[in-house]
Design a protein around this ligand. Structure first.
Ligand SMILES: [Zn+2]
Length: 68
C-alpha cells in the first residue's frame, strides 16, 4: 500500500516539475528597462523578455519550445 502511495506522489511531483513552460526558466529583473508600475524581466536561460505590473517575475517561460 505504501508503495502505491509513493508512486502516486512521485508521479504528481514529476508532472509538476516536468511542465515544459516552467523548465529552465530563470527570471532576472531588468532595472534598466523597468518603468514605474511596470517591472521588466529577462529570462537568464533563454533570453525571453517580459514586463509585469505586479512586481513579480512572470510565471512561465515565454520562449517557444526548443528542440533538444
Ligand atoms: Zn525562459
Amino acid at each position: 500500500m505504501f508503495i502505491v502511495v509513493g508512486l502516486v506522489i512521485a508521479f504528481i511531483l514529476v508532472a509538476i516539475y516536468a511542465r515544459p513552460a516552467m523548465r529552465n526558466c530563470r527570471w532576472r529583473e531588468d532595472r534598466a528597462a523597468s518603468r514605474p508600475g511596470q517591472t521588466a524581466y529577462r529570462c537568464a536561460f533563454c533570453g525571453a523578455r517580459a514586463t509585469t505590473a505586479t512586481g513579480k517575475p512572470p510565471v512561465a517561460c515565454l520562449k517557444p519550445q526548443a528542440p533538444d
